[in-house]
Design a protein around this ligand. Sequence first.
Ligand SMILES: Nc1ncnc2c1ncn2[C@@H]1O[C@H](COP(=O)(O)OP(=O)(O)OP(=O)(O)O)[C@@H](O)[C@H]1O
Ligand SMILES: [Mg+2]
Length: 363
Amino acid sequence: MPNQPIIESEGLTKVFTVKKKQVHAVTDLTFTAWPGELVAFLGPNGAGKSTSLRMLTTLLPPTSGSARVVGHDIRSDAAGVRARIGYVGQLTSGSFSQRVRDELLSQGAFYGMSRGASNRRADELIQSLGLGHFATRTVQQLSGGQKRRLDIALGLMHAPPLLFLDEPSTGLDPQSRANLWGHIQDLRSQHGTTVFLTTHYLEEADRYAERVMVMDKGRMIADDTAAALKATLAGDVLTFTFEDAARAARAVQVVTRLTTVEPTRSDATITLAAPDGDRLLPIVIRELDAAAAPVLRASGVPPTLDDVFLALTGRSLRESGAGQGEEDEPGEDEAHPAGEPRTPDDQHRAATVAGDIKTGAQR
Ligand SMILES: Nc1ncnc2c1ncn2[C@@H]1O[C@H](COP(=O)(O)OP(=O)(O)OP(=O)(O)O)[C@@H](O)[C@H]1O
Ligand SMILES: [Mg+2]
């Protein structure tokens, strides 16, 4: 079904009740994703990313709204959805007593891969995710980053049409991150896999995703290509330094005449954000020369996705931990996927969640 959406989310909403207080984790999530897309889901801690993923993967029932995932309704046909997706949750999900390689092979067998194919794929992943030295260790003997690599290997064993990855690169060393992205790209080029992932690494989203969705306080506040978001919401940051503050002050007046943006001055330096900074930079330098405020140093820095978030919310994504209801305790009945530290209890629950998926797909 090449022209059918692979995800259609309509008003998906989740309200948790914690000690009689309501936490609006996700509000009215509505979007359509197409086969083959790589969507990066960004937002500060507590924004509602994991909750969205857990609803879309049928692990958590929505309070209201609906979604069709790979053509199946998340409410009425959870098994149909689970059989067609892969999911790597934010928390470690391996069962603790199995050895790494056996864990991968049981995942392969579970998804109906042949023994030969399972073996080949397991070896490939063990090698490229650097699990070789630990392949015969049990999961509980691995470090945090090694466990995370195993999680990802488990998610990549089979090639479902749609793969959800919740912060796959968090906790990985640079080499493992690069290898992870290599695998994600292979899956896409070889199988046309649609990948929907959350990340706090903005440069990863910028580089690899063709679509970036930004969530804040449970609501989706932007959805476009990284390039379009940066061009429309943020600008190149231009910085000019002068011999002294008086010249910088004069420069502010010149720049204000030239552009619609308001520069800010700090001592002998002025800064402004402009959408077409590389065009503006030489013009400004010429005009300032003519106005007897010669520029000593100039730089133009292209915007980042963090500048986009700042433009949208007035807060920086890098510093912003304050999402909706962050201060609240999680409910007693459900796992709380957000944030460190992770208790053994959390890990136990995560294992149960992974078990859910397996059970679902077996039906
Ligand atoms: N089981 C739960 N019970 C009560 N509140 C919850 C539960 N799970 C999540 N929340 C709350 O819902 C909100 C959204 O959490 P969610 O885990 O979706 O955020 P996130 O965007 O994934 O954050 P992070 O970047 O930290 O992983 C937060 O305020 C969180 O405290
Ligand atoms: Mg999360």
